[in-house]
Write a protein that binds this ligand. Structure first.
Ligand code: NAP
Ligand code: MG
Length: 489
């Protein structure tokens, strides 16, 4: 059920441990075009709020068509010089950006948490270090592209339009920008409406390291701003991370335009626990798989398949583990589950929880935490008695809601895990190495974790199959969408 303020005290009560430093947030944020912060020609602004307090943080410029046009023009002008720099020179800029993100890491983490609602321990330990890692990693590739694509000539694609979601704002910006820049492209980036602040602060970093004007432009705004980028005739490549619905729209809009496209879309990933798995370790994987970042994770392990003999044990241990998850102030260092990113997303999650109960599944949650009176909160929960036909077992919820189901044979597990329109990720838990390889190679998913979940690394390609999209980000494979390959060099 939707969280309400509770008076019961958790057995896991700790003293408050809030982040102590204040981060400066301006009243207004302009667009970053041609190396400068500029007022929007649209004269339009929107507010960004802190989802854990519902307080407005700042006004953000809303880029209209003319603003997007200016950004694309700036990127076009910057392209010849940027693409002709030696890889080594481009790499130096990427190293400098990575180092500056590290130096300003605490500030980035706090801002990410305030704007998006995720727990500070996640922004501090996962999002920001990984964002820096992506720039470091791609800095290393910048002067080695001829080895990445041995025997071929390598050219940049051109001006890249990059549109990102709100669940990992800075990290998604890094996933998009770092490979594009390493390969000599220039970029127009649009962050999500609810989480623009860290992308704008990253633009400050670009100024600090002296990135040539126009190489990266940040245009903030809503879906229309994204659409203006997608449909701009001088964009050569579109990279989109977001919902399958918008991904399909973009695929239609770019069809026949000659623009190259990569899509990282939704998911309904399966986490499969065999009876011979290390169950306590698997419980941690289940928890990280679905409750990390409030379940706002495209590859969340939102469908749990447990081999029948251990179903009761897993459910019992999961219930126990839920009691130890602390929901509340995302700026508190002990918080495990922060705020839901927006009111609209909270309503979507609630709709699915209600549907789960209406369709006959059994709801389990542990509502022992006291919650702030303001903000958007959802207790982590799971459902048992879930049928494959239930809506909660089929549709992406993008919240801390897990559907638990059982299976009897590996074949049944595989059949049910693959019975989805999505194919982003999957998890397999067993102590038997042969079973890992057998099951993993039969799963229809882009990323498969074995005896772990939600582990990311810049050197490891990430992306989906089926309606979870196409194209990879990270690793040598992630460079491919950002280069045009010619004949032998
Ligand atoms: P979304 O509505 O598709 O939005 C993603 C981005 O696209 C936002 O910047 C959004 O702007 C923009 N946008 C909206 N409509 C557009 C249009 N017609 N043309 C161009 N851009 C448009 O997705 P979301 O709800 O913010 O994000 C959650 C979804 O992203 C989930 O389905 C999740 O699975 C997926 N996701 C996938 C991955 C992955 O790697 N596969 C990673 C993270 C998230 P506004 O913010 O203003 O709406
Ligand atoms: Mg916000």
């Amino acid at each position: 059920m939707m969280a309400e303020a509770q008076s019961t005290t958790s057995p896991w009560e700790y003293s408050d441990a809030p982040e102590s430093i204040q981060v400066d947030i301006a009243k207004k944020y302009q667009l970053f075009i041609g190396g400068k912060f500029v007022s929007p020609k649209s004269r339009s602004w929107f507010a960004t709020t802190n989802p854990s307090t519902e307080k407005k943080l700042a006004d953000i410029a809303s880029a209209g068509k003319a603003d997007v046009n200016a950004a694309v023009l700036a990127a076009r002008r910057a392209l010849p010089a940027w693409s002709k720099l030696t890889g080594c020179e481009r790499g130096k800029y990427l190293y400098a950006i990575a180092r500056r993100i590290q130096e300003r890491a605490r500030e980035f983490a706090i801002l990410e948490t305030m704007d998006g609602g995720k727990p500070i321990k996640e922004s501090r330990d996962v999002d920001i270090p990984l964002a820096a890692q992506h720039f470091f990693y791609h800095a290393g590739w910048a002067d080695k592209l001829e080895y990445a694509f041995s025997g071929r000539t390598v050219k940049p694609v051109g001006v890249c339009g990059q549109i990102i979601p709100w669940n990992f704002p800075l990290l998604m910006a890094a996933w998009k920008l770092a490979p594009a820049l390493a390969c000599g492209n220039t970029c127009v980036l649009k962050p999500a409406e609810t989480t623009s602040l860290t992308a704008l602060r990253l633009a400050e970093v670009f100024e600090e390291v002296g990135l040539p004007p126009g190489v990266v432009n940040v245009v903030t705004g809503a879906g229309e701003t994204g659409a203006a980028i997608v449909n701009h005739p001088n964009i050569q490549k579109v990279a989109f991370t977001g919902s399958t619905e918008v991904g399909k729209l973009i695929m239609n809009q770019t069809a026949g335009s000659g623009k190259s496209l990569t899509l990282e879309l939704g998911g309904k990933s399966a986490n499969i626990i065999f009876a011979d798995a290390a169950i306590d370790q698997a419980i941690e994987g289940i928890v990280s798989g679905i409750y990390f970042n409030q379940g706002h994770v495209c590859c969340a392990g939102s469908r749990l398949f447990v081999e029948e003999p251990v179903l009761d044990t897993v459910v019992k241990k999961l219930k126990h583990r839920l009691k130890s998850l602390r929901v509340g102030d995302p700026l508190d260092k002990n918080t495990d589950i922060g705020a839901i990113n927006s009111k609209a997303q909270l309503q979507t999650i609630q709709k699915y929880i209600d549907l789960g109960e209406d369709e006959g599944a059994t709801y389990h949650s542990c509502q022992t935490e006291r919650l702030p009176s303001k903000g958007y909160w959802c207790h982590p929960c799971f459902f048992t008695d879930v049928q494959p036909s239930h809506t909660i077992a089929r549709e992406e919820i993008f919240g801390p809601v897990l559907s638990v189901m059982s299976f009897r044979t590996p074949e049944e597990a595989l059949m049910r895990a693959n019975n989805t329109r999505y194919g982003l990720a999957a998890g397999v838990w067993t102590e038997k190495g042969a079973k890992i390889f057998d099951v993993a190679k039969k799963l229809d998913a882009g990323v498969i974790w074995c005896n772990t979940y939600n582990k990311f690394d810049a050197s490891s390609p990430f992306g989906g199959v089926k309606e979870s999209g196409f194209g990879r980000e990270g690793g040598i494979q992630g460079l491919r969408p950002y280069v045009k390959l010619g004949g032998t060099s």
